[in-house]
Design a binder for this molecule. Sequence first.
Ligand code: PLP
Length: 306
Amino acid sequence: MNLHNPKIPVQTIDLRLFFEEYDEKLPQLSILRTDVTDEQISGNKWYKLKYNLTEAKKKNLPILTFGGAFSNHIAATAAAGEKYGVKTIGVIRGEEHLPLNSTLQKAKNQGMELFYLSRTAYRNKYAEEVLTTLKSKFGAFHLVPEGGSNQLALKGVQEMLSDDTVGFDYIVLASGTGGTTAGLYLAKQKNQKLISIPVLKGANWMPDEIKQLTDVDLDNSIQFYYNYHFGGYAKINNDLIAFANNFFEKTNIPLDLIYTTKALCGLFDLIDKKYFSPSDKILFVHTGGLQGNEGLKVQKQIDLKC
Ligand SMILES: *Cc1c(COP(=O)(O)O)cnc(C)c1O
């Protein structure tokens, strides 16, 4: 399998467009655009899947994984499976709703087999009982957990950083399961600081999770800011929509509302509070996830321009 990595553009943003009243020199902000690396499989999910695909292919097994009905991870798995000839099974939380939403319809068209678990069963999806049911239905499979975070994922995520990113003082990103943050913690330079902005409410389990995933103790080069979840996972308000629209208007960079808008709002708030010094160079990781906006626009009827 030819799984070479595309080059990820690093785009510098003029922060004065957003901080007109700022009375000091602003730090430098650049965006690591993993959202534009591929038409189909962009964002952090590609890096998390990369070595899981290799493993599934080597063992000649389908990938079975889990997600909600609008999941970026489900979308990426279906697309990657089609592209690299690995069969995929998506175990979806809740009942089937017809017609399928855009995420699931596309996944199905790409050959993913969809299977629905009740919310109760889904909560216990890794329990022996549920896994036995799945095995009797689908036979052997390579299991990738919900959100795609496992050891193989960390290996792929580390490849998001390169010579292009070593000059930055800070790396900032949105965290969901913490898998991407864990990979970046391992890959960053010692002197680089990593800022994780969890998009789930009550995510103080995040440092422990990252410690588990990386199998190393965390030093103070990683910091977590828990106040930018905007009410919890996938909760959207008008401030977020306005932020994403304004950012898109001024930079032409689209943001997804569930992860990158929240994290960038958090970063802008830290900049506003003079958390950074004027000489700091900040790299914000655009983790992709734009397919999710389509679902939100239809489901919540919001006026989102990107
Ligand atoms: C899944 C996802 C994340 C979170 O990644 P984790 O590895 O689960 O922390 C961040 N941004 C986007 C756009 C995502 O789809």
